[in-house]
Write a protein that binds this ligand. Structure first.
Ligand code: NI
Length: 151
């Protein structure tokens, strides 16, 4: 499944680097590799919460996620990059296990999102995949000055 593959890519792109290097901003004013992992984990939590809401309620209201000034994101940055990756991967496994168990009807359970009129579990997961792919591309770019990327 793509979400499992992408988590492996995130792990590959941070592997072999020390904490101080992972926390370094290789592009001034842009997130470091560590901050990108923290963002992906935080977004995964938010999206997972929405999926839980849609699976357990009928058409629940879904709030927008605003990363700027999110205190939960700031809290995550107190952990090491290694701990962030570990937490991200553990919860990714829980999420993909949940997704493997869903019925066709579950995938089409809806939520009321202010920006997306046809919002359901399927849409949320597809959105998550492409949002994450965008940040993995940023990780590749920001990893490139730090040395050869492991296979
Ligand atoms: Ni983002």
């Amino acid at each position: 499944m793509r979400l499992r593959d992408q988590a492996n890519e995130v792990a590959r792109l941070v592997s072999g680097l020390d904490e101080d290097v992972l926390a370094r901003r290789t592009v001034p004013g842009k997130w470091s590799l560590k901050e990108l992992v923290a963002h992906l984990w935080r977004v995964q939590e938010v999206f997972e919460g929405r999926i839980e809401a849609m699976l357990t309620h009928s058409d629940p209201p879904i709030g927008r996620y605003e990363p700027d000034g999110d205190p939960e994101f700031e809290e995550k940055l107190k952990s090491t990059a290694c701990e962030l990756l570990e937490g991200f991967r553990t919860e990714r496994e829980q999420l993909t296990t949940l997704l493997d168990s869903l019925s066709t009807g579950d995938w089409h359970r809806a939520g009321a999102h202010p920006d997306f009129p046809h919002y359901d579990v399927h849409f949320q997961i597809e959105y998550m995949i492409w949002h994450e792919a965008h940040h993995i591309y940023q990780m590749l770019q920001r990893r490139s000055p730090l040395g050869k990327i492991p296979h």
